[in-house]
Design a protein around this ligand. Sequence first.
Ligand code: FAD
Length: 815
Amino acid sequence: MKYCIVGGVAGGATAAARIRRLDENAVIVLFERGEHISFANCGLPYFIGGTIKERSRLFVTTAEAFRARYRVDVRPGNEVISIDRKAKKIRVREISGGREYDESYDKLLLSPGAEPVKPPIPGIDTEGIFTLRNIPDTDAIRNHLEMKRPESAVVVGGGFIGLEMAENLHHLGIRVTIVEALDQVMTPIDFEMAAEVHRHIRSKNVDLILSDGVKSFARADGGVTVTLASGRTISAGIVILSIGVRPESSLARSSGLDITERGAIVVDDHLKTGDENIYAVGDAVAVMHKVSGTRMSIYLAGPANKQARIVADNMVRGDTRIYRGSAATAIAKVFDLAVASTGLSEKALRAAGIECKSVVTHASSHAGYYPDAKPLSVKLVFSPEGRILGGQIVGYDGVDARIDMIAAVIGMNGTVRDLAELDHAYAPPYSSAKDPVNAAAFAAENIVDGLVRTVNWNEINKHGDTFLLDVRSRNEFSLGSIPGSVNIPVDELRENLAMIPPNRTIIVNCAAGLRGYLASRILMQKGFKDVYNLSGGYKTYESASAGDSGHGEEFVGPDDMTYRKGVAPAGLQTHAAMILDACGLQCPGPIIKLKEAMDGSVEGSELVVVASDPGFIRDVRSWCTLTGNILVSVTEDAGKITAVVRKGARSAENAVVSTGAGETIIVFSDDLDKALAAFVLANGGAAAGKKVTMFFTFWGLSVIKKPRAKGAKKDFLGKMFSLMLPKNSRKLSLSKINMGGMGSMLMRFRMRRKKVESLEKMIDSAAAAGVEMIGCQMSMDIMGVSREELFEFVKIGGVATYLEAASSSGINLFV
Ligand code: FAD
């Protein structure tokens, strides 16, 4: 028997080796267009970033070694250009020299993989723009990095290859901007889970631009200028294009084999094409998705390798084995986070019209009392009857094992009960007696059994006139809450039922979902009819509704080499009198512990707090500023945040004292003249070297709206407000003599004549001068203004953010 194989990497090389193991007498010819067979595609980003040091480590085997061991006729540098199915012959072209020849086959396997998508964006072929698929691409990128030494990079696309490249370029000390046209990275996971990834990426000082696609590329001095749909331009010394891949199926198409609408080769359950003698595997084929039951491309190495083993059996022994499909189980390292998914996301299921329910839970990677527990967020998606349809996990430790637990249950068509009872290995350093995945399944069971109903973070307003009940402790509530919510701690709920309106929809929230569930059970059993628990609690709500407010330059991680703003303090351990372990505690647990410890300490003493909650980086800074304690340093390493705090002269109870160094302006009005006055003062203050903070609230939000913003989905009242409010700064009216818009036109005309900058220019100048502009979260919620409508440089904050700024201001104006 003679077997010809097209493609010599994951699927092709694996199948060739298996065929030899099954048939020692077979003639096997392996054609590979590139110079190398069996290289580690998945390792390429890490070689570029320097984690994998030697290029030779990328080659799992060489053509010579493969020939020697398997006696396979390996032909690198040979491209198969056509198939004569009738004559059972292929035509091959040698890449060097161009000689063409024919090769006969008895059985043919296609494993040609997938190629990066390169849409016809103007300037896409500009020098300095790269895609990453193989060794030559890797060499070209490495060469560019070594020769041109770029200081900045743009990665287009927030999929797993894009994010891996962003991390690796960052690791090389390059300032990275990620541009993603959708409103989230990592499309296999849902938005609220991706929001945790967004926050983490931004905490690394990587600029993440969402909901803005690339309009064009152009050559610029020593690099590339990337222009986005919004009009924003970014200069980069290197651009990595990673906006997706598509099946490389042109050979199959030209030989008349069936191809799906999306360009994948059609195969049956035996991985055979419509031709009796031709099989196909890997990225190029459409296989059964275990959850949707439809055929689709799954661009992952695991499925390609497993299919290769099965197809080799079918080619040698007749069609004896069936490939049962894949749940597309995947994991990626995104800086210190691991992000994993299996099955389908909630949004994918809803888009496909498949009814589903979901739950988000927050737990720790192992028992909270054992040191170094790290946060772990789990989302389960399931049918109303309880069949598991998908799982998503974001965390620092133990993400891989947990996603595989969910994948195993999906593989057996299992239910939330199967997952709740799934055996797992446990000892405190590794897990909890109830593993986080079991615990998520318990929560899902409760939903399926009708013990509780849940709402997602973005469905709070969907139920009309709702009563928002926050059952966390008063301390937790004071550090941030959902606008409009009423705080009754769960332990006091039974005594305070009279405060809860019996005829309204009640949405209960706690920090992570558990106390909310307890409160929901109390209320339901006390006769309240319409009760919902907020899935994932305030933690999910806070991170998903935070918009673009990243940590920016406030925090620089230990692996940030080029633009490091400060170094970790020397002698950290020797300074410190006490170490407080707050790992495993969710926000605001670490802050509460810190406050308790500080209350009992004397001025000048230092405390080292170690926490794993990602929000602690920002919270500890704000808390210190507000309370007059001194943040000596804050560092993060692999998800562990270490802050050194020195007790200040002023205690937490003291009133906020003005230090007089800054200027704070509350912009409440949307009148053009008042907005102009505010920005004149802001720019003046900034020019005088003051730290200026502008807090935009209620009508003032219209001043900082982008000209062509894509708005998020709004409820009815949100839409009404949108219709009535000015669309952006250009649509503002004068507070007096507006005369149906004539007045503001006249004002703008006069300003031009008098060479006074326009309001829009003033806004730009203020942003460039470092004026901090904060959109009031509460006003945004009330007025239905979404994050996407505001300029990227606007941060979102609440009253605590304003108070923090005001406390260091000598001037505090209300416009
Ligand atoms: P490939 O392994 O791509 O092999 C196809 C080969 O066929 C290519 O070398 C090509 O040159 C050759 N070929 C094509 N047409 C012809 C022809 N006409 N004649 C001769 N030769 C031809 N997956 C994961 O699961 N986890 C990861 O972490 C991961 N990371 C990745 C990182 C990168 C940068 C890339 C590019 C991919 C990554 N993948 C990852 C995807 C994974 O590599 C693929 O799913 C897998 O390699 C698919 O195997 P395949 O055999 O179908 O195609």
